[in-house]
Unconditional design. Structure first.
Length: 472
C-alpha cells in the first residue's frame, strides 16, 4: 500500500512540485486528521484510538505520534497508519509516514535520538543495530512464541535451524493458514542466531519486497549491489513466498540467490500459505529446491494453546484479565491468532472506555459484533454438504470421498468454498469434515471457486441459489 502510494506520489510530485508540510503545520495537519477520522470512525473507536494519541512532531515527511500502550501501538500500526498516509495526500499532496511510539518511551533519553531525524538520516543509518539491519520485529522471538499441538513440529525445526543454520534443514519451509505464526517463528530464528552471533548477516524480507527491490535494481541499474546484498547473507528469511506466483523474472533471480546461498551452506527459511507444489506458476526447479530441506506446517491452535497465547500477551501488556475471561475470548476465535489478538485489544479497549474490570460478561459484550456478519449463525458444514449434494444430485459421501470425476469434484469444491464463506470453521476443520482432507486441499478449492466466480455465470448462479437455500 505504502509502496503503491509512494510511487504514485513520486510521479505526482515531479509534475506538481509543492511546498513540504513542515513541523509548523503539525497542529493543522493533526486537526485535519481528527476531523477526518471523526467522520470515518464510530464514536467509540474514535475516543479509544484517536483521542488518546498525541502528535509529537512532523519532520522529514514523518509524523511522530505517541500512544498510551502497546495495544494502542499495534492497533495504530495495523489499522490507522495507512489511513494517515492517505490523509496526507488529501491534505497537501505529501507522503507523510506515521511513526507510532509509546508515551512511556518519550520519557526515555534514547528516544530523543530516535525522534531526531537529523541524527537518524546521517549517523544512525551507519549505526543501525543488527536487528534493524535484519528487519526483525523485536516481539517475534522464541520466548514470546507459545507452543501447542498445531505448531510443535514447526517450532522444533525452527529451533534446530537457529542453532545449526545451513546444515540440517535447508531450506526450512514453513507453511500454513493466515495469522498462525509463520512470520513470528521465522523471525525468531533470526533473533536467536543474532543472540548467539551478533555479527551474523541476517535478512528478513517479504517476497513482495524482494520482487520490488529486484525490479528497482533493474530500473536503477543497481543489480550488482542487489545481488551482493542478498547473496552474502548468513540467514535469508523470505516470507509469503506464494506471492512469487506469476513473477517470472523475480523467480529467476531468486533461483540464483537460492543456489548461491545453498552452495555456500547459508541457511534459507521460507514461509507460504501452502506447499511449494501447490503454489500456482512456481517454476518446477524452485518447487524441487524448496523441497530439498524440510517442510513443516502450522495448523490452527487448540483452545488450550489459544488461551496460553492470550495469557502471554496479557502479561506482556500488563493487563489484568481473569483466566475465565481469557478462555472465553479464546473460545470465540478459533482459526487465526492475529484475530485472537485483535479480540483481546477490543476487550481491553471496551474495558478502558467503560471503566470496568474485564469479566466474561464484559468480554462477551465487547465481542458481540465481532463475528463476521457473513457467517450465518447456526449454519453447519453438515447442512452445507447435504444442500450441495441435493443441488448437484450427488451424495454426501461423494463430497467427503476421494473420487475425482468432474461431476463430483466441482460440487465438492463448492461445498468447501461455502463452508469457508458461511461458517467460521478453520481450514483444517473443514478438511476434517470432508473425509479428513488436508487444509491445503480446502484452500485450493476456495481459490479455484473464487477464480471461477469472476467470469463463470453458471457458477455464479449456482452459488447464489445455494446461498439462498442455506438461509432457510
Ligand atoms: N504460537 C504463538 N505464540 C504467540 N504469538 C503467536 C503465535 N502464533 C501467532 N502469534 C501471533 O499472531 C500474530 C500473527 O502471526 P504471524 O504474523 O506470524 O502469522 P503468519 O502465519 O505469518 O500470517 P500471514 O499468513 O498473514 O503472513 C503475530 O502477532 C504473532 O506474534
Amino acid at each position: 500500500m505504502l509502496e503503491y502510494h509512494s510511487q504514485k506520489f513520486l510521479s505526482f510530485r515531479e509534475e506538481n512540485p509543492v511546498a513540504e508540510i513542515t513541523n509548523g503545520e503539525l497542529d493543522s495537519f493533526w486537526e485535519f486528521l481528527q476531523k477526518k477520522f471523526k467522520q470515518e470512525f464510530a464514536a467509540v473507536s474514535y475516543q479509544t484510538w484517536i483521542e488518546s494519541a498525541q502528535p509529537i512532531k512532523l519532520e522529514n515527511q514523518k509524523i511522530y505520534i505517541a500512544v498510551p500502550s502497546g495495544l494502542h501501538k499495534d492497533y495504530w500500526e495495523r489499522n490507522i497508519s495507512t489511513k494517515v498516509v492517505e490523509a496526507a495526500y488529501e491534505y497537501g499532496n505529501q507522503e507523510i509516514v506515521p511513526v507510532v511510539i509509546l508515551e512511556s518511551e518519550l520519557k526515555k533519553p534514547t528516544t530523543t535520538a530516535a525522534l531526531n531525524p537529523t541524527t537518524e538520516t546521517s549517523e544512525n543509518i551507519q549505526k543501525k543495530s543488527p536487528l534493524q539491519e535484519a528487519h526483525l520485529n523485536s516481539k517475534y522471538t522464541f520466548d514470546s512464541f507459545v507452543t501447542g499441538t498445531g505448531n510443535q513440529m514447526a517450532h522444533a525445526a525452527a529451533l534446530v535451524v537457529s542453532e545449526e543454520p545451513g546444515t540440517m534443514y535447508n531450506p526450512l519451509f514453513i507453511y500454513g493458514g493466515v495469522g498462525l505464526g509463520k512470520t513470528h517463528l521465522m523471525q525468531a530464528i533470526g533473533h536467536r542466531l543474532l543472540d548467539r552471533k551478533p555479527q551474523a548477516n541476517v535478512k528478513y524480507i517479504s517476497s513482495e519486497s524482494f520482487a520490488n527491490d529486484f525490479i528497482n535494481s533493474i530500473q536503477n541499474r543497481t543489480q550488482e549491489s542487489f545481488r551482493n546484498e542478498y547473496r552474502t547473507v548468513d540467514l535469508l528469511l523470505v516470507d509469503d513466498i506464494q506471492f512469487f506466483a506469476d513473477k517470472e523474472g523475480t523467480q529467476e533471480e531468486f533461483f540464483h540467490t537460492f543456489n548461491t546461498l545453498y552452495n555456500t551452506k547459508k541457511q534459507i527459511v521460507l514461509t507460504s500459505d501452502r506447499l511449494p507444489n501447490e503454489i500456482p506458476k512456481l517454476q518446477e526447479r524452485l518447487v524441487s529446491r524448496f523441497k530439498w530441506g524440510l517442510s513443516v506446517d502450522i495448523t490452527a491452535p487448540d483452545l488450550e494453546t489459544r488461551t496460553a497465547i492470550l495469557r502471554k500477551k496479557a502479561i506482556a501488556e500488563n493487563l489484568e484479565i481473569p483466566d475465565d475471561a481469557l478462555s472465553y475470548i479464546a473460545s470465540q476465535i478459533d482459526s487465526n491468532v492475529r484475530e485472537l489478538e485483535g479480540a483481546l485489544v477490543r476487550v481491553q479497549a471496551y474495558s478502558t472506555m467503560n471503566n470496568e474490570d474485564i469479566t466474561i460478561g464484559l468480554a462477551a459484550e465487547a465481542l458481540k459484533d465481532l463475528k463476521d456478519s457473513k457467517h450465518q449463525a447456526g449454519l453447519t458444514i453438515d447442512k452445507i454438504q447435504s444442500q450441495v449434494a441435493k443441488y448437484y444430485k450427488v451424495t454426501v459421501d461423494d463430497l467427503k470421498g476421494k473420487r475425482r470425476n468432474k461431476t463430483i469434484v466441482l460440487p465438492r469444491q463448492i461445498a468447501m468454498y461455502l463452508a469457508r464463506e458461511l461458517t467460521d470453521s478453520s481450514l483444517p476443520k473443514i478438511g476434517q469434515d470432508f473425509g479428513g482432507k488436508d487444509h491445503t486441499t480446502v484452500l485450493h478449492s476456495c481459490d479455484k471457486i473464487t477464480k471461477l466466480l469472476e467470469n463463470d455465470l453458471t457458477i455464479q448462479h449456482d452459488i447464489t441459489n445455494l446461498k439462498a437455500s442455506l438461509k432457510n
